[in-house]
Design a protein around this ligand. Structure first.
Ligand code: SF4
Length: 221
């Protein structure tokens, strides 16, 4: 009989129905302490992972861990789980922005990490994905995330209701020229309004039902 996912260990059963994948939290996909990367690889080797996989949410999944090794693997990783499943804020993707990219116009990594710390794992009516891009080229794919931010010299454009997987949807413009220091509060209000109205719908489906203006009114100012 196939095993089941183990939410308490943030472990997702794999295709063989036997082994698990675990995905530690790597805010905005950025690792500057290389000891963390070595530790991930040490744990992968120690517990016989079949592979490590870079995920679409800019994390590193350790695939093929046996059920009896999950607790020890998490202990040795000494990292928080990355919320790869569940009805909650799942991920915040961010591009290199002004920290590393010569085209950057906003510090997408800094804002992405702040948003990740503020909101990752917060309960939501459905899965909720965020992305922050440091310029209009939009390399973090902000227009196909539930809440996307796109940097320019004047601040951030905020778009809502996008999705890349399943029923693909391009996000709708929600706010312009949002200052970096105002972005976290606005994203918080968007998440709160979605939580009140969502009824298990994806944010884009909610917008299809009630319309952008009604949602904007629910978010308030
Ligand atoms: S979106 Fe702009 S800042 Fe970010 S990686 Fe792409 S080009 Fe660079």
């Amino acid at each position: 009989m196939s095993r089941q996912d183990l939410p308490e260990l943030s472990a997702v059963v794999q295709r063989d129905g036997e082994r698990y994948a675990i995905t530690p939290r790597i805010p905005a996909g950025l690792i500057t302490d290389f000891a963390v990367l070595r530790r991930i690889l040490d744990v992968a080797e120690r517990y016989g992972a079949q592979a490590v996989k870079i995920t679409s949410a800019q994390r590193i999944a350790l695939i093929g861990i046996a059920a009896e090794d999950l607790e020890a693997a998490w202990r040795d990783l000494d990292m928080k789980p990355g919320y790869a499943t569940g009805l909650c804020v799942r991920s915040v993707k961010a591009c290199p922005g002004t920290r590393y990219c010569r085209l950057g116009q906003q510090d997408a990594l800094g804002l992405g990490i702040r948003l990740e710390e503020a909101f990752l794992g917060r309960p939501a009516p459905n899965k909720l994905k965020l992305a922050v891009s440091g310029c209009p080229l939009c390399c973090a794919e902000s227009r196909v995330r539930d809440i996307g931010l796109i940097g320019s010299k004047r601040g951030y454009s905020v778009v809502v209701g996008g999705a890349a997987a399943g029923k693909a949807r391009i996000a709708e413009p929600f706010a312009e020229e949002v200052k970096p220091e105002e972005a976290e509060a606005l994203v918080g209000r968007i998440i709160d309004a979605y939580f009140r109205l969502g009824k298990k719908k994806r944010l884009g489906d909610l917008l299809d039902e009630i319309g952008l203006e009604a949602f904007r009114a629910a978010v308030g100012s």
